[in-house]
Design a protein around this ligand. Structure first.
Ligand code: SF4
Length: 428
């Protein structure tokens, strides 16, 4: 590996793990996420997700006021009362996630014990699990890691051979990937999280795990503890990464490479065609990826190798070198990969390097846009169906669109002098 691995600590500007509830509650409609937090947490989760709720919400916040802090015992009772009332009012809930946050009063609460108490009381009618979405410990995608890790002890055991895809995917993308695995010759494919929280996949020594997202480190470790084999492969972003990702599974299932190629070759050549118009815009452009989602390494690899972009710096909040080894190996020699964040120093480097495009959090995007630097929100990449060979064109479009828009605005503001406008006497 010849990338330049660097590390930096300091002030961070990222969303916290509560944000992941936004996509997890859509994935598992029979689950409820009860955030145990402050009014700040309630505001975050409502403003981030409220717009997407059309019926009964599937998340809420048990706000701990200062009155609760007078006695920890009161706070535990209050939490039990809120959870009981919720489950009485919403009998359709099958899994209740108690989600911790970072206010100090919440950290003092033992949510694991609260989940145990409620499980004893509910006797299997609802399964109650807990995890932390605290911004002190996690970035926004790691909330999913916490939620999935909390489910691992509940997964049934199996000795059967099977492939387990781990990480939330858009339903249509997941259906397509399962279809393609079937054509390759892998018929037993399940997913975590499942589409119903009670239909948990089985796991055991015959299970091969493919992570669909790079931020599931704890979940991967717990699956290994359950006997599963977790493959290391490039992540399924772009035609190249998605192909290598599928090939890793095929190799593990000892499928003839010719069979794999006969299914994937036509898809890859179609993806290359879909990439062409975007590559024309992106080629030679310089990109700076600030650390937020942990998708930065696979994105950088795709943007450099398949879209011809030049990487100025690739940030990542955390770097799991073992899981990311194949991604690191595909980056060009000397690429600066920065683990961690000192937001002010990173912004100084952004300004000094004047990139054509910056991938960053929403909080940093507006100020950078105001300074004339085009941006792409990293959170948009988590909500978009970008996985798989078929989606390579859509993924590239997410990056070409802001550059195209900027160019159109520039042209509108500075029309070429030989183009007549409405004040030209010819048109008067
Ligand atoms: S968990 Fe912490 S960072 Fe997240 S909204 Fe609540 S207070 Fe803010």
């Amino acid at each position: 590996m010849s990338v330049n691995l660097l590390k930096e600590t300091g002030p961070r500007e990222v969303f916290c793990g509560l944000t992941s509830i936004v996509w997890l509650h859509r994935r598992m409609p029979d689950a409820f996420f009860l955030v145990v937090g402050s009014r700040t947490c309630a505001h975050l989760i409502q403003s981030a997700a409220g717009v997407m709720i059309f019926a009964e919400p599937r998340f809420g916040t048990a706000i701990l006021s200062e009155r609760d802090l007078a006695g920890l015992a009161d706070a535990q009772d209050e939490l039990d009362r809120v959870a009981r009332e919720l489950l009485e009012r919403r009998p359709e809930i099958r899994t209740l996630f108690l989600v911790g946050s970072c206010p100090s009063e919440v950290i003092k609460l033992d949510l694991e014990r609260a989940a145990e108490r409620l499980n004893d009381e509910l006797k299997g009618r609802v399964q109650v699990v807990n995890y932390s979405g605290s911004g002190i410990e996690t970035t926004f995608t790691q909330g999913e890691d916490g939620a999935l890790a909390a489910l691992i002890p509940l997964l049934p055991h199996t000795d059967q051979r099977g492939l387990l895809l781990v990480g939330t995917l858009a339903d249509a993308v997941e259906d397509r990937l399962i279809h393609l695995f079937g054509r390759i010759g892998i018929d037993s494919v399940s997913s975590l999280p499942p589409r119903q929280s009670t239909e948990l996949p089985a796991v055991g020594p015959g299970t091969t795990v493919l992570l669909t997202q790079p931020y599931l480190t704890t979940t991967a470790r717990l699956l290994r503890d359950r006997g599963a084999r977790v493959l290391t492969a490039p992540f399924p972003l772009g035609a190249e990464g998605s192909r290598s990702w599928m090939e890793a599974a095929a190799k593990d299932f000892q499928i003839n490479p010719d069979q794999v190629a006969s299914v994937l070759d036509p898809l890859v050549s179609r993806a290359r065609n879909a990439l062409t118009p975007h590559r024309e815009i992106l080629e030679g452009k310089r990109i700076f990826l600030l650390p937020e989602s942990q998708l930065e390494l696979p994105l950088a690899r795709f943007l450099q190798r398949e879209c011809g972009m030049e990487l100025i710096e690739v940030g990542t909040p955390y770097l799991n070198r073992e899981q990311m080894a194949e991604e690191l190996a595909l980056l060009p020699d000397g690429t600066s990969v920065m683990e961690g964040q000192h937001v002010e120093k990173q912004l100084d480097r952004v300004r000094a390097s004047q990139p054509d495009l910056v991938v960053c959090g929403m909080g940093l995007a507006n100020p950078l846009e105001a300074e004339g630097i085009a941006t792409k929100w990293s959170i948009e990449l988590v909500f978009s169906p970008i996985h798989g060979i078929d989606q390579a064109g859509e993924l590239a479009e997410l990056f070409s669109r802001p550059l195209k828009r900027r160019e159109l605005i520039r042209q509108a503001l500075n029309p070429p002098c030989n183009v007549p406008n409405n004040s030209d006497p010819v048109h008067a």
